[in-house]
Design a protein. Structure first.
Length: 140
């Protein structure tokens, strides 16, 4: 049985039965790690909302859309743990048992914008941007 300080702890060779098991999360239902499909759907909803707001107030300017998307993620995830898209698909972002706070939400969002960290899942079910920020996306 690996200990907390064992380097193999994050290497994925522990034979976890489900994503999030090592984090003490249930296999299914509320509190379990969210699947990739739900995450993508929430992201698309959030981007669509940013585009709608940008179209209505900033003539669809791509920079304004990006700024709205980033602001929405940092503020809403930082303070509430959810964006509108995440709430609609019943996902919550947590750091431990609490909302991440604006600083960790900013770290997470910055890495999300790089795209690649958000596409590389780790054995525990979290993608690299979540691991770097110490966050996880769980089902509500």
């Amino acid at each position: 049985m690996p200990t907390r300080d064992d380097p193999s702890r994050d290497s994925g060779d522990l034979g976890d039965a489900w994503p999030g098991q090592r984090l003490g999360l249930p296999e299914t239902g509320p509190g379990s790690i969210t699947g990739f499909g739900r995450r993508v759907l929430a992201l698309l909803i959030d981007w669509g909302l940013a585009m709608l707001i940008s179209a209505g107030f900033f003539e669809g300017d791509p920079i304004a859309t990006l700024i709205l998307f980033v602001a929405m993620h940092i503020i809403l995830i930082g303070l509430l743990g959810v964006t509108i898209g995440k709430r609609l698909v019943r996902i919550q972002v947590v750091r431990g048992h609490r909302v991440p706070g604006p600083l960790w939400a900013a770290v997470r969002t910055g890495l999300l914008l790089l795209v690649i960290p958000a596409l590389i899942p780790a054995p525990d079910g979290r993608c690299l941007h979540d691991r770097a920020a110490g966050t996880m996306e769980i089902r509500m």
